[in-house]
Write a protein that binds this ligand. Structure first.
Ligand SMILES: [Mg+2]
Length: 335
């Protein structure tokens, strides 16, 4: 199978309510869909969302990157194209979009075990009362794995955590600071919440400061999860070797797609590293790709953070999976 052409299309999906973290506020998901067209009439589809605050790529950068590598991929066999793609120096999301399309053409997306998995649901950063209301609502709807987004106001962060833990003792609290805290604030936070039942704390300090991340990890029994600090397998190895965090968050848009995520998951499996499989706010086809991984690597992936489709204003008919609350079932192959 030889690549004949690569086309792109920009798409938008409205959210039910704004998604707010320490880094950004989103009301509409914007993403690039890429079509890799082959000589036998087969088409592989991939996607990349614009996540400037995290990967440094907006829609125009993603489109430019795809345009830039297009000529080096057209005319190649799929496996060769995959190799050539990952030698290019373009952003990780643009790479991921093409990688997903190529893995799609290679027939990668199959399931072994189709029994359901569970995702967390995001509680956006808001005034305390709003966060408590949103968390209560999620639990009433049977969704009790909560990804709680916290911001730079450390007193707010501590108070929200204490109230959620008291109000909703059955909820699993996954705390995500998205790099908002200094080392001192992080230590203050872990001291204040140490006795509470918290599953993990994600990326308390800035991505570049592994030393600070390690100091937080060493200071608490609560597992610390590296997210923005770990884009590639190399980053992950560094965090593991220096014991800077207890767990890692893998995202297709950080590592450059499914083929790279598989390398990371195999490494994690071999070294017994606990993982979260996360995503940005993404369109249905890149979420499909991540969900196949979440199902097939359920032994390595302790937490699934793939709730984008739950946040869409309208249910997508392009997913291979259906969501019942936070339970995800395989519903048949379309992707
Ligand atoms: Mg995160």
């Amino acid at each position: 199978m030889i690549i004949k052409n690569i086309n792109t299309e920009v798409k938008y999906i409205a959210l039910k309510i704004p998604f707010i973290t320490a880094l950004r506020r989103v009301e509409v998901i914007e993403f690039v869909r890429v079509y890799v067209i082959c000589d036998e009439g087969k088409v592989g589809i991939g996607e990349a969302p614009a996540t400037m605050a995290i990967t440094g790529e907006d829609i125009s950068i993603i489109l430019e990157s795809i345009q830039k590598v297009k000529d080096s991929l057209v005319g190649l066999e799929i496996k060769k194209a995959l190799e050539v793609l990952h030698e290019q120096s373009i952003g990780s999301s643009a790479k991921a979009a093409i990688d997903i399309a190529l893995m799609n053409l290679l027939g990668f997306f199959k399931l072994e075990d189709t029994s359901f998995i569970q995702t967390d649901i995001t509680i956006s950063l808001n005034p305390i009362e709003t966060m408590l209301r949103d968390a209560n609502r999620a639990c009433e709807n049977g969704m009790s794995i909560l990804k709680v987004k916290l911001g730079s106001d450390i007193n707010h962060a501590i108070e929200v955590t204490q109230k959620l833990s008291l109000d909703l003792p059955e909820a699993q609290l996954l705390i995500d600071a998205n790099q908002a805290w200094s080392l001192d604030e992080s230590l203050m936070y872990v001291n204040a919440v140490e006795g509470l039942s918290i599953e993990l704390i994600e990326q308390p300090v800035i991505a570049e400061d592994l030393k600070a991340l390690k100091l937080v990890t060493d200071a608490t029994k609560i597992p610390i999860l590296a997210d923005e600090a770990t884009f590639t397998l190399q980053d992950i190895k560094k965090v593991v070797q220096t014991k800077s965090a207890d767990m890692i968050n893998i995202k297709l848009m950080k590592c450059g797609g499914v083929s790279r995520a598989v390398e990371i998951l195999e490494y994690a499996r071999k070294n017994s590293i606990k993982c979260m499989l996360g995503s940005m706010l993404e369109g249905p086809y890149s979420i499909n790709a991540a969900l196949y991984l979440a199902f097939n690597y359920r032994d390595v992936i302790e937490y699934v953070d793939l709730d984008s489709p739950l946040l869409y204003k309208e249910v997508s008919d392009e997913l291979d999976f259906s969501f019942l609350g936070n339970l995800i079932n395989f519903s048949g192959r379309k992707f």
